[in-house]
Design a protein around this ligand. Structure first.
Ligand SMILES: [Zn+2]
Length: 211
């Protein structure tokens, strides 16, 4: 695992696994021994982050993680299609389609599946309390799971498809609550609690806390 140390005006150490790199944010003038001992204490948490990171990557010769389950890919020649059948991802592709282009199409397929799940979660929220939003987008976000703009645009990370249904539901409830309260005020958490009473338990597994 590559390491990247960023010196900042801050009081504590923060760790984040971004792609294949451990990003360590530290205060100026900190001793490296201190950072090393901090990291070794967090090894268990780090192992979990590395494991989670593996889920986010797509390769044609490796199983794909969808909602926590691993599905092997079976490649066949023919007119392009992707289907999930009998716990396998069957990708039929013309020989001319490159590996990179195939992975891109697989990502698009996963994004479409994710969008359906997110739409369902939004509809569920809507039944509890009415709201309006302008756009729903699935984007490659790596530092967050989602966001809600002041223009009422909801954006979610493509990575959510590799987490779990309760987690996706919790993230959707979080962003929908921002349609009512833009900040993380008490009112915001009251609203979130209303949409998702189990938020804290649901979120804990995949949150990427900075420690
Ligand atoms: Zn928020």
């Amino acid at each position: 695992m590559k390491r990247k140390v960023i010196y900042q005006k801050r009081k504590s150490i923060s760790l984040q696994v971004i792609n294949e790199t451990l990003v360590i944010k530290v205060p100026y003038n900190i001793k490296m021994e201190l950072v090393d001992s901090f990291i070794s204490k967090k090894q268990k948490w780090l192992d979990k982050q590395y494991e989670l990171n593996k889920r986010f990557q797509l390769f044609l010769d490796k199983p794909v993680n969808i909602l926590g389950e691993w599905y092997p890919i079976v490649l066949r020649d023919g007119k392009f299609s992707i289907e999930l059948i009998n716990n396998q991802i069957i990708i039929i592709k013309p020989k001319s389609l490159s590996e990179e282009a195939t992975v891109q199409r697989l990502r698009k397929y996963l994004n479409n599946q994710l969008e359906l799940l997110i739409q369902e979660a939004i509809d569920e929220c809507h039944l509890k309390k009415e709201f309006e939003y302008n756009e729903l987008k699935i984007k490659k976000l790596t530092a967050s799971w989602g966001n809600c703009s002041s223009k009422k645009r909801l954006t979610f990370s493509t990575r959510l498809i590799h987490t779990s249904l309760p987690f996706i539901h919790a993230i959707v409830c979080h962003e929908v609550s921002h349609l009512f309260e833009m900040n993380h005020s008490k009112q915001f958490y009251d609203c979130l609690q209303y949409f998702c009473p189990t938020y804290k338990q649901d979120i804990i597994e995949f949150t990427r806390p900075t420690i």
